[in-house]
Write a protein that binds this ligand. Structure first.
Ligand code: SAM
Length: 282
C-alpha cells in the first residue's frame, strides 16, 4: 500500500509527497510533530501538518535566512535566533568563525531533541560551544533586552499557535530595542502567492516598516513551501542590504553555499510587480 503525506496549502489546494515510512508521530505541549522518510525529499518533519524542513531543499531556506544579513554586515558577532528548532539556521551561523555568541530560543524542546535524533543534517551544530540553547517563548525572551544583539533571526512557524506572538508590533518593537545600533532583523515572511499567506506577509511588513528605518523584503524559491515562492523580511537600523553589501569581504570568508551567492543577494530584493504592489498598498 502506498503512503502519502498530504498538506493543505489552501482550502482548494493540496500538496502531497509519497513517503516510505513514518519515523515518529506525537504531540508536544505545543504542537503535533511528525517525522517521515521519502525518496524525493529525504527525511522531513511537520508541525501541526505543515512542512518545516526536509533534507532536500532545506539548504535554500537556511542559506537565505542567514547569509543575506552576514554579507550586509560581515562584522556581526552576537546573534539571537528565535524558533529554528531543527538547527539549520544555527548550523549556517557556526560556519562564520568570527561570530562569538549564538543564543537560540526555541519554545518546544521536543522539536530540538527529535531533530537531533532524526535530522542530523540540520541539528549537527547545536553543540557548538558558541551556542546557548534556551527553551522558552521567544516573545518573552526579547522583552527588556537592550542593544545586545547585532542580528536577530526569527525562524518561526506561521502566525498561528505558539508562533502568533512573533508577528506582533510589541515583539518587533522589543526586537528593535534588543538590537545594537548596527542591528539587523531577518524573519521568515510567508508566501505572497496564496491569499491566506499573503495577508500575513503584508501585515508583518507593514508593522516592521513603522519601527525600523530600513525595511525590505526578499524572495527565494522553496519547492516544498506553499506555492514554492517564499519571502523573508530584512529590517535594519543602519544597513541597506543592496547598497551596503560587502561582496569581497563575504566571498573572502570562503563559505561554500548551494543557493546563496552575492549576485543573488542583490537580485533577491527585486520583487515581481504583484508582490511590490501588495507590499505598497494599505
Ligand atoms: N523553516 C520553518 C518554516 O518556515 O516552516 C521553520 C522551522 S522551525 C522548526 C520553527 C520553530 O519555531 C518550531 O520548532 C516552533 O516550535 C518554534 N516556535 C514557534 N513559536 C515560538 C515562540 N513563540 N518562541 C520560540 N520558538 C517558537
Amino acid at each position: 500500500m502506498e503512503l502519502w503525506y498530504t498538506e493543505e496549502h489552501t482550502d482548494e489546494v493540496r500538496f502531497s509527497i509519497k513517503v516510505e515510512r513514518q519515523l515518529f508521530s506525537g504531540q508536544s505541549e505545543f504542537q503535533t510533530i511528525d517525522f517521515f522518510e521519502s525518496k524525493e525529499f529525504g527525511r522531513f518533519f511537520t508541525l501541526d501538518g505543515l512542512m518545516m524542513v526536509n533534507e532536500k531543499d532545506e539548504f535554500i531556506y537556511h542559506d537565505m535566512i542567514t547569509h543575506v544579513a552576514l554579507a550586509t554586515n560581515p562584522n556581526i558577532k552576537k546573534v539571537l535566533v528565535i524558533g529554528a528548532g531543527d538547527g539549520g539556521t544555527v548550523r549556517e551561523l557556526t560556519r562564520y568563525k568570527h561570530i562569538e555568541q549564538i543564543d537560540m530560543v526555541e519554545i518546544d524542546e521536543m522539536v530540538v531533541r527529535l531533530c537531533q535524533e532524526h535530522l542530523p543534517i540540520t541539528a549537527s551544530k547545536l553543540e557548538d560551544e558558541r551556542v546557548n540553547l534556551y527553551f522558552e517563548d521567544g516573545v518573552k525572551f526579547v522583552e527588556g533586552k537592550e542593544g545586545e544583539y547585532d542580528l536577530i533571526i526569527v525562524d518561526s512557524t506561521d502566525p498561528i499557535g505558539p508562533g502568533e506572538g512573533l508577528f506582533t508590533v510589541d515583539f518587533y518593537n522589543n526586537c528593535y530595542k534588543a538590537l545594537s545600533e548596527e542591528g539587523i532583523l531577518v524573519n521568515q515572511h510567508e508566501s505572497p502567492y496564496y491569499e491566506n499567506y499573503a495577508r500575513e506577509m503584508k501585515r508583518s511588513h507593514q508593522k516592521i516598516k513603522k519601527i525600523f528605518p530600513i525595511s525590505r523584503v526578499y524572495q527565494a524559491h522553496i519547492p516544498t513551501y506553499p506555492s514554492g515562492h517564499w519571502l523573508f523580511g530584512f529590517a535594519s537600523k543602519k544597513y541597506d542590504p543592496i547598497k551596503d553589501v560587502q561582496v569581497d569581504q563575504w566571498n573572502n570568508f570562503g563559505i561554500t553555499t548551494r543557493y546563496y551567492n552575492t549576485d543573488l543577494h542583490v537580485g533577491c530584493f527585486f520583487l515581481p510587480n504583484y508582490v511590490k504592489e501588495m507590499l505598497e498598498s494599505d
